[in-house]
Design a protein around this ligand. Structure first.
Ligand SMILES: [Ca+2]
Length: 299
């Protein structure tokens, strides 16, 4: 079953296509493009305490007060802004007071969010920028010693297009298997960010199964399909995860990788094969399975 998707590439030149497919999966696995891909429980900084007009500063400014965390926002230049005001994004429109507080940089500015109360496993924000070609936004996850853990060129991999939009943009973030992100950096061309979202939930198989159980209780995960087939599909999908857990415990990581690959193919939102589960929790679970696969060395 795990070869269902790959089978489509069994044509001349399939090796190159397969490599491209694998590469795309690897890159997109670390990039979250919806806020729900940040695993629960997620914490959101909405900057609503900065409801006055813009302050121009390089910081640092403590932005975590409303959620009881020490999180420092700082910038590579002193004309960056925190607060509320109008910000032009050229073809992508503009942001205004309707966002109730946000931060913004200028050309080539790097804005940094440092998690002083401990590293996180996932982080992202609702962002936009002033486009020029495929340039204009890179997000980076940094370790305690400032080593780059992940660097994603959003302008190339998942550009934002919001022609003439007011307060529009998109969520872009990074999901890691371990809580090792000490800081998150956003570098762009007039980049703006609101709703900084982060989580410390890690991508162990136990963490994954705990998330699934919570989602079933909350009703954010159900079987997909008509009538009884939905329940059957849900059970089959849960069996893949518990099988993966048993295989990991018994030391058969290769077989566990196969089970997790199957589990991913039935939750990835791509119609071949059809997904076995549906609901609000699906993007976070799909991202978490990918993170677990990377952590196990499957990918
Ligand atoms: Ca806001």
């Amino acid at each position: 079953m795990k070869h269902v998707r790959e089978a489509r590439f069994l044509v001349p030149g399939f090796v190159a296509l397969l490599m491209l497919s694998t590469m795309a999966e690897r890159l997109s696995a670390e990039l979250a493009t919806v806020s729900s891909a940040i695993p629960a429980p997620a914490i959101v900084i909405d900057f609503s305490q900065f409801s006055g007009s813009f302050t121009n500063t390089s910081g640092p400014v403590q932005i975590g007060g409303l959620v009881g965390e020490e999180i420092a926002w700082s910038s590579s230049d002193s004309i960056s802004v925190i607060g509320n005001g109008n910000y032009g994004l050229l073809s992508n429109g503009s942001w205004n007071q309707g966002r109730s507080g946000y931060v913004g940089g200028f050309v080539g500015t790097t804005m940094r969010f440092t998690f002083n109360d401990g590293p996180v496993a996932s982080v992202g924000g609702f962002v936009n920028y002033a486009p020029a070609g495929s340039c204009c936004l890179t997000i980076v996850a940094l370790a305690n010693d400032n080593t780059v853990l992940e660097s994603i060129d959003v302008g190339v991999l998942a550009p934002i297009s919001s022609p003439g939009g007011i307060n529009e943009g998109g969520f872009r973030g990074i999901v890691r298997p371990r809580a090792d992100i000490a800081a998150f950096e956003v570098t762009g061309r007039f980049a703006v960010l609101d709703n900084l979202t982060f989580s410390r939930t890690e991508a162990t198989i136990e963490g994954l199964i705990t998330m699934v159980k919570q989602a079933l209780v909350n009703g954010t995960l159900t079987g997909a399909g008509n009538g009884n087939s939905a329940n059957g599909r849900l059970k089959a999908w849960l069996n893949m995860l518990t099988a993966a857990q048993r295989l990991i415990e018994s030391g058969d990581v290769g077989a566990a990788c196969d089970q997790l690959q199957d589990a991913y193919l039935f939750v990835d939102g791509i119609s071949r094969p059809p997904d076995f589960v549906k609901g609000e929790a699906v993007p976070a679970l799909a991202a978490m399975i990918q993170a677990a696969r990377r952590e196990l060395g499957c990918l």
